[in-house]
Design a protein around this ligand. Structure first.
Ligand SMILES: Cc1cc2nc3c(=O)[nH]c(=O)nc-3n(C[C@H](O)[C@H](O)[C@H](O)COP(=O)(O)O)c2cc1C
Ligand code: SF4
Length: 416
């Protein structure tokens, strides 16, 4: 059964602060104000992972920011750039339950001594931004922000900054550049944002879904959160299912739900009762899953063991009978357009891979083109400052591995 802990939960679903505070809201914030030192240990024990794609344990970044000794401002960027194909969970969270996200951010700030909270939101999410802005105004009229400022011994500032809206602007160091008013070029690391982020100050970047979990964990305890997940992983995950399924949508389920259960039980199965051919995971920047992998648990650790990745939890489904290569060409085009231009191998490599794959998809390629594509997939990994190029190559390599016959059938000159 769907859990609906974060989405569509009757106690969370309101844009009115009084209603939120009369329901479940405010209780976790009271605990946080009373004893902020317990917050990081609670988040650690709960096993909350970064839900923006990396799955990095949330407490480790929090701990790093909290440990900084510099005076002055510290920043939290609540990452709502959400531009990856097939991913729409952060928009839903902001539209359905903005106070849950804001309270999570306030508690995170208390745990890490942060006094500048920036909601960094994709400008295309107009309705979400409006709802969030309204919700922030309500908190600003309450006395909570004063209480937090008092606890932090510095003024707490909350603001919304529209992101540039491109995919690359969601990468954490690109987000820091954008918040400073610059073009979102990813930075080299180290220094890590926790040490020197916005204007050289300690900065924590967390995804909207990660933050949405925080108040529930603090209110209900680490053991409760652990018990929500299947197997070794804690909590729930909002899986966004789209493509050739009967019922596309966002499904909040236990972390570690199987691919089979997600597609066939929750998303109504493959459209027109066809068979499953492929699933692009995590947007499309990870390995492709196939019908042989239906029993896989969709969580960070299980997929990693299987050389795949959960990413954002987006699952884009392709039915048997539909070609996969046009999808690969479309996603490689997306990565090529998103490349920021700082690293020549990424910029020209993603463009070249996209052109070659498009040529293959329309039947205009020869064996030489195919060989060039294969050699690019070997040359490009780790050649960029950020993971964009690696995501593009992972997708391509996975398609070459799983669908060699589809490639062969499209090449003009038969393979020797
Ligand atoms: C190309 C690229 C785009 C990204 N876009 C987003 C995004 O839109 N939202 C997001 O939360 N994380 C995005 N990330 C991941 C962030 O760099 C970062 O890991 C994340 O915001 C940290 O939050 P979390 O620890 O709560 O997951 C992106 C990463 C890359 C490489
Ligand atoms: S890998 Fe690509 S997107 Fe990332 S910094 Fe380099 S050029 Fe920009």
């Amino acid at each position: 059964m769907p859990l609906n802990q974060l989405l569509r939960h009757p106690d969370n679903c309101c844009a009115n602060l009084d209603a939120w505070l009369n329901g479940v809201g405010g209780k976790a914030l009271a605990i946080a104000l009373n004893d902020p030192a317990t917050l990081i240990p609670t988040i650690k024990a709960a096993g909350l992972r970064g839900l923006g794609g990396s799955g990095f344990p949330a407490y480790r970044k929090w701990q790093m920011v909290a440990a900084q000794h510099q005076f002055g401002k510290r920043y939290l960027i609540c990452n709502g750039n959400e531009d990856e194909p097939g991913t729409f969970k952060d928009r839903l969270l902001l539209e359905e339950s903005p106070h849950q996200v804001i309270e999570g951010a306030l508690i995170t700030a208390l745990a890490t001594h942060i006094n500048h909270i920036i909601f960094y939101i994709n400008p295309h999410l107009k309705r979400a931004t409006e709802i969030l802005s309204n919700a922030i105004a309500q908190w600003q009229q309450s006395d909570y922000l004063q209480q937090i400022s008092k606890a932090l011994v510095k003024e707490l500032v909350l603001k919304i900054i529209p992101s540039p809206g491109h995919y690359i602007a969601g990468e954490e160091t690109a987000a820091i550049e954008a918040v400073e008013g610059n073009f979102p070029f990813p930075r080299g690391k180290p220094p890590y944002p926790a040490v020197a982020g916005v204007h050289g100050k300690p900065t924590l970047v967390n995804n909207i879904e990660t933050l949405a979990n925080v108040s529930h964990i603090v209110r209900n305890g680490a053991a409760w959160f652990q018990s929500l997940g299947n197997g070794g992983c804690s909590g729930t995950k909002i899986y966004c299912v789209s493509g050739d399924v009967s019922t596309s949508g966002a499904y909040e389920l236990p972390m570690g739900t199987s691919l089979k259960s997600l597609i066939f039980q929750h998303a109504g199965g493959i459209s027109d009762n066809r068979k499953l051919k492929a699933v692009f995971t995590g947007g499309p920047s990870n390995s492709i899953l196939t019908a042989d992998e239906l029993s896989l648990a969709l969580d960070f650790d299980s997929l990693k063991q299987h050389n795949a990745a959960l990413g954002t939890g987006a699952m884009i489904v392709v039915a048997e009978g539909n070609p996969v290569i046009p999808h690969i060409a479309k996603y490689l085009d997306f990565f090529a357009a998103a490349s920021c231009g700082q690293c020549p191998p990424c910029t020209s490599g993603t463009r070249e891979m996209a052109q070659l794959t498009r040529k293959i998809a329309v039947g205009n390629a020869n064996k030489h083109d195919f060989d060039s594509l294969c050699s690019l997939s070997e040359l490009l990994p780790s050649s960029g400052r950020c993971h964009l190029v690696d995501g593009a190559v992972t997708l391509l390599k996975s398609s070459l591995e799983h669908f060699p016959k589809e490639y062969q059938a499209l090449i003009n000159k038969p393979f020797s």
